[in-house]
Design a protein around this ligand. Structure first.
Ligand code: SAM
Ligand code: SF4
Length: 476
């Protein structure tokens, strides 16, 4: 990453945009769409804030620390903005994402450096907001507009898509109606909405046309997707996967994040029948105690979750699971926590994310009168993570000696090295010619490390590869 003095003139008159993304994959996708929305206004991506004329922080509000980070970053940006003003090259700063949605107007008084605030449902209005901010207004756009933002957001060009790599995200669903008692998402992202199937198939075809090989369908509650099919009837995610698998050139399909309550028969069938659906599922459970699951309003028991896992493994015996866990939810006792450890032992996770419960203003659990002490949360988190890490290490170790398809999606750290993802989403590093970047290739796994695998090309070099394994990348 290059950096230069903030007052240095821009390379040309082209305005530069820098977006800093916090939080989940949906924010990564949204940042790309914001960048696409501003491209017609002439904005070009910058890899550093120092070179930018417009900086947008795309924020996350899920845990307290995530929101605090945004305010610290805004503090740092104040100095840059002042320096810029002195140098006669003004800098516009916007805040997007869930902190923007939650704080709205308040953000303007708490952080005077901010020029505009935009919630996730209004990104299609970004060009006008930037213009108004540059004219000296400080607009705040946190309404849930009646128009569909996706219908108004421009599609990335082929060149831009190609540059973003062969693994792409595609948001199919937004918002959430589940109202888990710890979670801000239903308030910041609004009610659950699903995009129509035809639009998603068009977008997927455009991605593939630009060289994308793997598509991850995104949604806060992705398996609740119920967009209309061609006949105007509500469909489901399983059926959408079957339709996407028909597209030539889509090699891999994934979806995240799923809620256990929304697993359905067609989805199990998709895991059973479609090789393109990767044998990996992120299926958060949060806790293993029925008492806590009830208090969280998760709408299922621990045994119902175990039964889902069994059903998934019947459908796809090699499926690997990942999960989210919260420790120290209000009222969680040692016994409740032991039930979470037991569930982890019973299921066996390939990977997982675990968090200390964080009180979020406006959520029911935040006002619970029995909050768990910080040191108890920390101790439980350490024990849970030790168990989850052991399981992840054991899972990675089973890969050694196996041959698996890897989508080589980026350069490795060393010259001559590429990196990619296994079907189970593990990072894999290997020596390979640059020409293989963007392709799915068979790789023999030689070693497992703490968070990644290393391997060798099965066929040694491109020339020796079977033609089917090295498809031509379309020229953008
Ligand atoms: N929709 C997904 C589900 O139902 O599991 C989760 C989406 S949420 C954006 C991602 C994860 O953040 C959750 O699974 C949960 O583990 C964690 N999370 C959400 N609110 C939290 C809170 N108040 N404190 C700690 N972790 C939280
Ligand atoms: Fe939040 Fe997921 Fe629960 Fe919705 S289902 S409220 S996104 S944790």
């Amino acid at each position: 990453m290059t950096s230069r003095h903030p007052s240095a003139p821009a390379d040309s008159n082209t305005p530069k945009l820098f977006i800093k993304t916090y939080g989940c994959q949906m924010n990564v996708y949204d940042s790309d769409r914001m960048s696409d929305a501003l491209a017609p206004k002439g904005f070009e991506a910058s890899t550093t804030p120092d070179a930018a004329d417009l900086i947008i922080l795309n924020t996350c509000h899920i845990r307290e620390k995530a929101a605090e980070k945004v305010y610290s970053e805004l503090g740092r940006l104040r100095a840059l903005k002042e320096e810029r003003l002195k140098a006669g090259r003004p800098l516009t700063i916007g805040v997007a994402g869930c902190v923007a949605q939650a704080e709205g107007e308040e953000m303007l008084s708490r952080a005077p450096v901010v020029d505009f605030v935009v919630g996730p449902q209004a990104y299609h209005r970004l060009p006008q907001l930037v213009e108004r901010a540059r004219d000296g207004e400080r607009p705040v756009e946190t309404d849930f507009p009646t128009e569909d933002k996706f219908e108004h957001l421009p599609q990335a060009t082929k060149q831009v898509t190609l540059k973003r790599g062969p693994a792409a995200f595609l948001t199919v669903q937004e918002g959430c109606d589940k109202f888990c008692t710890f979670c801000v998402v239903p308030y910041t992202r609004g009610a659950e909405t699903s995009r129509p199937m035809a639009r998603l198939l068009d977008e997927a075809r455009a991605l593939v046309d630009a060289g994308v090989r793997e598509i991850t369908l995104l949604g806060q509650n992705v398996n609740a997707w119920h967009g209309e099919d061609a006949g105007g009837t509500a469909s489901n995610l399983g059926k959408l996967l079957f339709a996407l698998a028909e597209i030539d050139g889509v090699d891999r399909l994934r979806y995240t994040t799923s809620h256990p309550r929304d697993m359905h028969d067609e989805l199990f069938a998709a895991h059973r029948d479609l090789d393109k659906v990767m044998p990996y599922l992120h299926l958060p459970v949060q806790a293993g105690s029925d008492r806590i699951l009830k208090a969280m309003n998760r709408q299922h028991t621990a045994d119902e979750y175990r039964a889902l896992v069994d059903k998934l493994r019947d459908a796809r015996p090699d499926i690997a699971l990942s999960g989210d866990f919260i420790v120290g939810f209000p009222g969680e006792t040692d016994e409740d926590f032991e039930a979470t450890l037991q569930l982890v032992r019973d299921v066996g996770y390939a990977q997982a994310y675990s968090f200390k419960y964080s009180q979020r203003p406006g959520t029911p659990a935040a006002t619970h009168d029995v909050q768990v002490e910080e040191d108890v949360k920390a101790e439980r988190l350490a024990r849970l993570q030790a168990l989850l890490n052991d399981q992840a290490r054991a899972f990675n170790a089973t890969m050694v000696g196996r041959t698996m398809d890897v989508l080589l999606d980026r350069k490795g750290k060393r010259a001559g090295q590429l990196a990619g993802r296994s079907p189970y989403l593990q990072a894999v590093h290997l020596d390979a010619p640059d020409a293989l970047q963007g392709h799915v290739v068979p790789v023999r796994i030689d070693a497992a490390h703490a968070n990644s695998l290393s391997g060798s090309l099965l066929h040694g070099d491109t020339a020796a590869m079977p033609a089917t394994a090295v498809p031509e990348l379309p020229v953008a």
